[in-house]
Design a binder for this molecule. Structure first.
Ligand code: AP5
Length: 216
């Protein structure tokens, strides 16, 4: 069992690869983005605040996301946790370290998915996902076999995200470089960092990640 972090800018392919690890290795995906999108639909004051911040491409406050992760980390970890989109700031990374220690678990690898910004606009603006099973698609590079129907579960509930537009993406990238990229040095110093070429084909990225997992 290994617990890993997938680290990379918006559109790097974290969700796509996390889904493969869930299906292939029985790992458990903990995506703070997905948790926050769920909270958004709750209609509570907190949910409305979160929706506004996310639509602008800004980060939600540390205490909210740390609380969300804390709730999940004591649950079933299957073949290991995949932290997807968390941590995103140094205080979140410190909090994750404390939570893992408190629950007697270890963090085994942090995988940086390297991509260049030019590829991200095309990836993000073409993305859609299945609202039922979470399968990730793309208008050009990974369309569904039958238009409007999820290949994986047959649902017709295909969705686009409110923050998947060029303006919000600019802000999301800025937040990534300002607040999240310092985590690369943080985990390198701890001897936990590995990197993969996120621009390669989806399968090739999967193989590179599997190699890191098998060494951890
Ligand atoms: P979140 O949901 O985490 O979004 P993100 O980090 O911006 O990442 P994405 O989901 O956009 O991209 P991805 O790397 O998963 O790429 P994907 O696999 O889908 O966060 C959203 C918001 O929530 C944040 O802006 C913030 O407001 C808030 N938030 C979340 N966590 C937070 C935290 N910890 N603290 C504070 N705030 C937080 O791939 C993208 C597209 O590319 C798809 O169409 C896919 O088919 C395609 N693709 C993937 N891989 C490849 C490949 N190898 N080749 C070609 N195409 C590919």
């Amino acid at each position: 069992m290994v617990n890993i972090i997938l680290l990379g800018p918006p559109g790097a392919g974290k969700g796509t690869q996390a889904k493969r690890l869930v299906d292939g290795r029985g790992m458990v995906q903990l995506s703070t983005g997905d948790m926050l999108r769920e909270a958004k639909t709750s209609g509570t004051e907190m949910g409305n605040r979160v929706a506004e911040v996310m639509a602008k491409g800004q980060l939600v406050t540390d205490d909210i996301v740390i609380g969300l992760i804390e709730e999940k980390i004591t649950g079933n970890s299957g073949g290991g946790f995949i932290f997807d989109g968390f941590p995103r700031t140094l205080p979140q990374a410190d909090a994750l370290g404390r939570l893992m220690e408190k629950t007697g678990q270890s963090l085994d690898a942090v995988i940086e998915m390297r991509v260049d910004d030019a590829a991200l606009v095309a990836r993000i603006t073409g993305r859609f996902t299945c609202g039922q099973c979470g399968e990730v698609y793309h208008d050009q590079t990974r369309p569904t076999k039958v238009a409007g129907t999820c290949d994986a579960c047959g649902s017709h509930d295909l969705r686009r995200r409110a923050d998947d537009n060029e303006d919000a993406l600019k802000q999301r990238l800025l937040e990534y470089y300002k607040k999240t990229s310092p985590l690369i040095g943080y985990y390198y110093a701890k001897g936990m960092l590995a990197d993969v070429d996120g621009l390669a084909q989806v399968d090739a990225v999967g193989v590179a990640i599997a190699k890191v997992l098998d060494k951890s």
